[in-house]
Write a protein that binds this ligand. Structure first.
Ligand code: 2HA
Ligand code: ZN
Length: 256
């Protein structure tokens, strides 16, 4: 458990260093249900709180979650003053806080839990969910032409071979939706069937991964491509991008 808390704290620090986590921007959650036997012994320190939606597959499960209004830079320096561990109650519609302090979870909890509910059976090796505000990717979501399905995916893949190799499913797109809403959670889930990273138009991204570092890296490779695109445009030309032949060669060589 200590290792997981340390790793989530480390990744919170990366988000701040990248400039992706202004004020309280962004949030991280991690599925800690494997530690249920030990965590079951801990009494609740909050009353039952409604999730606002139903996550039946998570009943009895545990999640490490960054706190609402908390800053990523302080999640790094004082992890358990800025995160808590929650237990999902048997009804799948309420949770209680069990550790360490009564810190209320992120405003994006509906998305985090609905995504974990999906991962539980569809992508069980993925335990971490990150939401953050990567500057260049968010900037690109202000161009309507990039919001058509897979236009941005192919552009980003073509900027540098690593992006396709390490984010082989590309980038899903969710049209602008109110932050923290159940509607945003549901639309995110729809995209996660096909992608591991999803863009929230004019807001940020959500990524899943086996752990917090892997989820972070999926965003980082996509944003690196966005930076290369931006820099080429800033140098005064439209980047050529890798050719279709080069992309196909890569796909075969890396079995993508
Ligand atoms: O945690 O980023 O989307 C603050 C946010 C909400
Ligand atoms: Zn956000």
């Amino acid at each position: 458990m200590k290792h997981i808390i340390e790793q989530v704290a480390q990744v919170a620090g990366y988000l701040w260093q990248k400039g992706w986590a202004e004020r309280n921007g962004g949030n991280i959650s991690y599925n800690m249900s494997e530690f249920a036997p030990a965590l079951n012994e801990i009494p609740a320190i909050s009353e039952p709180i409604a999730i606002g939606l139903s996550v039946p597959k998570l009943a009895g499960g545990y999640f490490l979650v960054t706190g609402t209004g908390r800053r990523m830079r302080y999640v790094e320096s004082a992890p358990m003053d800025n995160m808590s561990i929650i237990r999902i109650l048997p009804d799948g519609q309420h949770y209680v806080i069990v550790a360490e302090k009564d810190i209320r979870p992120t405003s994006e909890l509906p998305t985090h839990l609905l995504v974990h509910n999906f991962l539980q059976t569809e992508k069980p090796s993925n335990k971490a969910v990150i939401h953050t505000h990567p500057i260049e990717l968010v900037a690109m979501s202000h161009n309507r032409a990039f919001l058509t399905k897979d236009v941005l995916t192919h552009l980003l893949w073509s900027m540098i071979p690593e992006t396709r190799a390490f984010c082989p499913k590309g980038l899903g797109i969710v049209p602008y939706t109110l932050p923290g809403s159940v509607e945003l959670a549901q639309k995110t889930l729809d995209e996660l069937h096909d992608y591991d990273v999803v863009m929230w138009e004019k807001h940020g991204v959500v990524a899943v991964g086996p752990d917090a570092v892997e989820a972070f890296d999926r965003i980082d490779v996509l944003n690196k491509s966005a930076q290369i695109y931006r820099d080429a445009r800033a140098m005064g030309f439209i980047p050529e991008g890798m050719s279709t032949d080069q992309m196909n060669e890569l796909k075969q060589a890396f079995n993508l």
